[in-house]
Each structure stands twice: as structure tokens, then as C-alpha cells.
Design a protein around this ligand. Structure first.
Ligand code: ZN
Length: 357
């Protein structure tokens, strides 16, 4: 066992975090001092069925336990999953990214197979938690933020004073389904015109096909050559000045501007971060997005950086910026969450309050 130099009776603790995604399954051992000790990545075998995925997850968790418990003490296991997730019971309800998992008691099943307490949380909440504790929140010195993760869909997590805001049933933080245009396209959630229908990677591809349907050059030509274009392809064209590709990002910028303006007016938090793959196109959409936020949120106009209207004894500006942690955010959040599943909190570990808000 590795023992703490300042206290020979203390064994170094570690946690295991799991990022269960619709495409990839990532499992890691982690300590606060050394970060990620070892990470295992494998495809999520959804086509093989739920039991196969759960077995993959548990086998690899056990593998890490076998390796790392030789020198450290396991203090918790945390698992991030696509939602909707009912808490505290840890049960999934028609998760769009895990077809066939409706009604699955994820936490109970994992605890049964692993014979260890498991903390479960929605993946977007965990990305926000990690961003707050280890990423841009930490860099800014704040323990409260709202994060939007722009990926296949739009994830959202809200951290208030170091605590994930769960709402009554664990389903808070669904800003991806804020209504932007009431008569917009139908969303998988049953609503129309959700933010996710305009500013996710999926939405950008749909908007690109629509914008370029009659075009024979630029975006139109690209789509004819490659019907499987990605948001990354559209971003490359937009950076090269293609007007149709830019119009697609303008649409996303307006939708994000409206959505975030509503969040700023509602929450008045010090920090809003945008993560996920589309955050790499920040330079393309952010200037227009910020202009829309300024137009639509009087709270933002009063608190935007550089505004001297309010008394600023301390820094009260509203900061809106890209996330700092990249694609590891969800996995790191699961690792941090696991510290809270420890029956006895270990001195020196992050003070993360994860009780139902
Ligand atoms: Zn929706």
C-alpha cells in the first residue's frame, strides 16, 4: 500500500469513474493528486444488448480495481450516463442515446454486479461538475456555473455553490430543450423548436443540407461529394468564408444567444461555459451569439465584462466562454463524483456537495 508521507497510517485513496456514452465506454482510475492514473476506452456495444454493455463496464471496473487496489484504497465508483435519469434511485427513463434501456435500474444493477456502492449521475451534470471543480470554474475562482455541451444533442448541467442542481427528481438541467422557435422542427423530446434542433452537431448538418439544397458550389458541392458531412466539415468551410456554411453557424449563434439570454436572466450566474465538439468552432459563432445575448438579456447588459454601471467591489461580471477540459470532462466528473460515494469522506479530498438539491 502507498502511504501518505505526513501520516504513515493513511493509505492513498483512489476512485473509479465511468463515462457510459452511446458510442464509447470509458473507465478510469483517478486520484486528486495525480489525476487520471489509467483509462480504458472501448466501444459501447449497444447492438449486443444492455447486458453485454453492463458486463463490459463491470469487467473493466474490476480489472482496474485489481490493478490499483494493490497500492491504493478504492473509496468510490462514479458512473455518468445519458439521461433522463431518475435520482436518487438511479433509474433510466427512455434514454434516446441508450435505446432499449427504458426503466433500467442502472445503479442497483451495477451495485449488485460490482458488490460496491456506486454513485450515478447524468453525463452532462458530471461534465459541468468537472468543469467547475477542475476547469474554467476553478481557474476563475467560482463554484457556480451553467454548462452547455454541444454534441449529438445538447447537454446541460447547473452547479450552484459546488452542488449539482438536481431539481426534485434529478431531471433539472435540460436547457437543450428550451423552446427557441415555437413552430420549429419536432424534437425527440416531444417539443418543437428546441435549442438542440439548432445548435447541436446533428442540427448543424440538418441546417446545412437545407441551406445548400439548391447550391452547386461550396457547401452544396461538398454535400453532393460527401453525403455524410459533419459539423467539423461545415466549420472548415465557414472559416474559409463559404456564405452558406456561415449562415448555418449564424442560425446556431442566434439560437444559442436566445437560449443563453434566458439562462442569464433566470440564473444570474458568474460563468456560462460551452463544451462539446462544436465548442471548437467558438471563433465562428461566438461573436454573433454574444451580440444576441446582449440584445436579449438586460441582466447580461448590466453585468457583461467591461460594464462599470454596477458597483464592482468584487468581480461580478457574467463570463461566457468555451469549456476548458475538452472530451475528458464527463469522465473526470465521474471520478470526482465517486469521492462522494465514499462512506467516510477523506480529509483533503474535494468538498463536493452532491446531495439532492
Ligand atoms: Zn427537445
Amino acid at each position: 500500500m502507498t502511504r501518505a508521507p505526513d501520516n504513515p497510517d493513511r493509505i492513498w485513496p483512489y476512485t473509479i469513474g465511468v463515462d457510459l456514452g452511446g458510442t464509447n465506454l470509458r473507465i478510469a482510475a483517478y486520484t486528486c493528486d495525480d489525476g487520471l492514473l489509467e483509462t480504458i476506452s472501448l466501444p459501447t456495444r449497444l447492438a449486443a444488448g444492455r447486458d453485454a454493455v453492463v458486463n463490459d463496464l463491470c469487467e473493466n471496473v474490476k480489472k482496474l480495481i485489481k490493478t490499483h487496489s494493490r497500492s491504493r484504497q478504492l473509496v468510490g465508483i462514479g458512473v455518468g450516463t445519458p439521461g433522463p435519469l431518475e435520482l436518487p434511485v438511479g433509474k433510466l427513463h427512455k434514454p434516446p442515446n441508450l435505446p432499449g434501456w427504458d426503466g433500467f435500474a442502472l445503479r442497483a444493477e451495477l451495485e449488485n454486479k460490482l458488490e460496491h456502492q456506486v454513485a450515478v449521475e447524468s453525463d452532462a451534470n458530471l461534465a459541468a461538475l468537472a468543469e467547475c471543480m477542475l476547469g474554467s470554474g476553478r481557474a476563475m475562482g467560482t463554484d457556480s456555473l451553467c454548462m452547455l455541451t454541444l454534441g449529438t444533442g445538447i447537454g446541460n448541467g447547473i452547479i450552484l455553490h459546488g452542488t449539482i442542481w438536481h431539481g426534485t427528481t434529478g431531471m433539472a438541467g435540460e436547457a437543450g430543450h428550451l423552446t427557441i422557435w415555437p413552430d420549429g422542427p419536432e424534437c425527440g423530446c416531444g417539443n418543437k423548436g428546441c435549442l438542440e434542433m439548432y445548435a447541436s452537431a446533428t442540427a448543424l448538418v440538418r441546417l446545412a443540407r437545407k441551406a445548400a439544397s439548391a447550391a452547386t458550389t461550396g457547401l452544396g458541392a461538398l454535400i453532393r461529394r460527401n453525403p455524410n458531412i459533419t459539423a467539423h466539415d461545415i466549420a472548415l468551410l465557414a472559416r474559409a468564408g463559404d456564405e452558406q456554411a456561415l449562415s448555418v453557424f449564424d442560425c446556431a449563434a442566434e439560437a444559442l444567444g436566445i437560449g443563453i439570454a434566458n439562462l442569464v436572466n433566470t440564473l444570474n450566474l458568474p460563468l456560462y461555459v460551452i463544451g462539446g465538439g462544436l465548442a471548437n468552432a467558438w471563433d465562428i459563432f461566438a461573436p454573433k451569439m454574444l451580440a444576441f445575448i446582449r440584445d436579449r438579456s438586460y441582466v447580461y447588459r448590466l453585468t457583461e465584462p467591461g460594464n462599470t454601471v454596477l458597483d464592482r467591489a468584487t468581480n461580478h461580471a457574467t463570463i461566457i466562454q468555451p469549456a476548458a477540459l475538452g472530451s475528458d470532462a464527463g469522465l473526470l466528473g465521474a471520478c470526482i463524483l465517486a469521492y462522494n460515494s465514499s462512506e467516510s469522506r477523506i480529509k483533503g479530498m474535494p468538498e463536493v456537495n452532491l446531495t439532492a438539491s
